[in-house]
Ligand binder design. Structure first.
Ligand code: PEP
Length: 252
C-alpha cells in the first residue's frame, strides 16, 4: 500500500498571527476527526514554520517549507538552508515548485542540489514537476517531465527515494481553475511510475507516492484521488480555507 498524502501549499499568504491561528484550526479539526487514510502536511512560509511545527507537535499533521537553499550554509544573504528548516521541527520541504522555476529561474541542477541537501538534513522532499501549456499543446509534456525528473532527481541513490514524494503539477492548472482531466492525470502519473521503474526498479515504482496538483478542490478531489496512480494532492488555493482543505483530505 502506498502512503497517501494531502499537502497544503500556503504560498505567500497569511501573516504570522493568521498562519498560526489557521494551523491551530486545521490541527483541532483533525484531532476531532482524524484523517485515517491520508497524511496531512502544511507547507508554510519560512517565518511560520517554527510556530506551526510547535502547534502540530504530538499531533498527526506535519509541517513543511516551500523551498530551501541550494547551498549548505555561509554567505548567502536572505537564504534559508535545509538544516535550518529541519531545526524548526518541519518534516517536509517542497522543491521545484513551478512558481520557483518560473519567477526565480531555478534550474534542474540547482533543484538537484537542493534535494540532496534537504535529504541529507533529514527532510522529506515533495519534488514538483510539470509542463507549461505550450509544452502540453506541442505534445511535449512527457518529454519535459522526464527531463525535470532525470536532471533534478534521478542522480540520487535509490534508497533516498523512500524520503521523496513526487508532485505532478501541470503548470497550466496551477491557480487557474483548470484541472487536468482524470485521463491526463492518470496518464502522466503512470508515465512517471514507468520512469521510476526504469531508473530505480519495480519496488520503488510501486511504493513511491505521486501527488497531483493544479486547481484541486472539493468538487474534483475524489475523482482525481481515485485514479490508480494518484496518491493524493498538493493543494494551493484551497488549502487556505479550512472547509475546502479538510473536504479534500476527506476525499482520500
Ligand atoms: C500549488 O501551488 O501547488 C497548487 C497546486 O496551487 P492551486 O491548487 O491553487 O492550483
Amino acid at each position: 500500500m502506498r502512503k497517501k498524502i494531502v499537502a497544503g501549499n500556503w504560498k505567500m499568504n497569511m501573516n504570522l498571527e493568521e498562519g498560526i491561528k489557521f494551523a491551530g484550526s486545521v490541527n483541532n479539526y483533525f484531532k476531532e476527526k482524524p484523517s485515517e487514510k491520508a497524511e496531512v502536511v502544511l507547507c508554510t512560509p519560512f517565518i511560520h514554520l517554527a510556530g506551526v511545527s510547535e502547534i502540530l507537535r504530538n499531533g498527526k499533521i506535519s509541517a513543511g517549507a516551500q523551498n530551501c537553499a541550494s547551498e549548505a550554509s555561509g554567505a548567502y544573504t536572505g537564504e534559508v538552508s535545509a538544516m535550518m528548516v529541519k531545526s524548526t521541527g518541519a518534516e517536509y520541504v517542497i522543491i521545484g515548485h513551478s512558481e520557483r522555476r518560473t519567477y526565480y529561474h531555478e534550474t534542474d541542477s540547482e533543484l538537484n542540489k537542493k534535494t540532496a541537501l534537504a535529504l541529507a538534513a533529514g527532510l522529506k522532499v515533495i519534488f514538483c514537476c510539470g509542463e507549461v501549456k505550450e509544452e502540453r499543446e506541442a505534445g511535449k509534456h512527457t518529454e519535459v517531465v522526464k527531463r525535470q525528473l532525470t536532471d533534478g532527481l534521478f542522480s540520487l541513490p535509490a534508497e533516498s527515494m523512500a524520503n521523496v514524494v513526487i508532485a505532478y503539477e501541470p503548470v497550466w492548472a496551477i491557480g487557474t481553475g483548470l484541472t487536468a482531466t482524470p485521463q491526463q492525470a492518470q496518464e502522466m502519473h503512470h508515465y512517471i511510475r514507468s520512469l521510476l521503474n526504469e531508473k530505480f526498479g519495480e519496488d520503488c515504482a510501486a511504493t513511491m507516492t505521486i501527488l497531483y496538483g493544479g486547481s484541486c478542490k472539493p468538487s474534483n478531489a475524489a475523482e482525481l484521488f481515485s485514479l490508480p496512480d494518484v496518491d493524493g494532492g498538493l493543494i494551493g488555493g484551497a488549502s487556505l480555507k479550512l472547509e475546502d482543505f479538510t473536504a479534500i483530505v476527506e476525499a482520500v
